[in-house]
Design a protein around this ligand. Structure first.
Ligand code: ZN
Ligand code: ZN
Length: 196
């Protein structure tokens, strides 16, 4: 298992000056979650966060796995991305990439796009009582993590840093949604448009 998959930044063609972040719901995402993400991402990255109209869920359902292949979600986002914005798609469906059991999210830094799935962030996925606060915090951590990848950050060894790689949801719950001092410095540099 692994938390996410992100592409090695070899051909970094997107100018990585973050002008704004656009949230794009796939079908319907609860307003409360979108608002929470908007407010907090805006504070954390100090940029404007917009919400785009919802787009349809790609037809990438795998009947055998009962999950959706992640790449078509990124492809759909790349079609609507405007130059220099960072696009974060949010979906309720469970995502996978062929080499992993599942992913919480995926980022394509060279395209300026990422997607997160709320499916496995919900306590109800594990037979537990739904908890809106926990869901919102987990979603924010996943969102900040993927946007960190878009700004060129790799995984961080500090278990409390949002860029720490999690094998399980427990790792996600242990870490915060902030960057450690080292990753924070890299974010500041990246936001000024310099390559990491
Ligand atoms: Zn990651
Ligand atoms: Zn860090």
């Amino acid at each position: 298992m692994a938390q996410d998959s992100f592409w090695a930044i070899i051909f970094f063609t997107v100018d990585n000056l973050m002008s704004n972040i656009s949230l794009v719901p796939f079908n319907k995402i609860e307003k409360e979650i979108l608002e929470y993400l908007k407010q907090n991402l805006s504070k954390i990255f100090d940029v404007e966060v917009d919400e785009r109209p919802p787009i349809g869920i790609p037809k990438s359902y795998d009947k055998r796995r009962r999950q959706y292949l992640s790449w078509p979600f990124l492809e759909a986002l790349s079609e609507i991305r405007l130059s220099s914005e960072y696009v974060l798609g949010i979906t309720e469906v469970d995502l996978f990439v062929p080499q992993l059991n599942f992913i919480f999210g995926e980022a394509a830094p060279m395209l300026g796009i990422a997607v997160i799935s709320l499916a496995r962030l919900r306590p109800s996925f594990y037979g537990l009582k739904e908890d809106r606060e926990i869901l919102k915090q987990r979603a924010l951590k996943e969102a900040v993590h993927e946007l960190g990848h878009l700004l060129g950050l790799k995984h961080c060894p500090d278990p409390k840093c949002v860029m720490h790689f999690s094998n399980t949801l427990m790792d996600t719950d242990i870490k915060g949604y902030n960057f450690c001092p080292s990753c924070g410095r890299k974010i500041d540099i990246a936001k000024k448009g310099k390559f990491l």
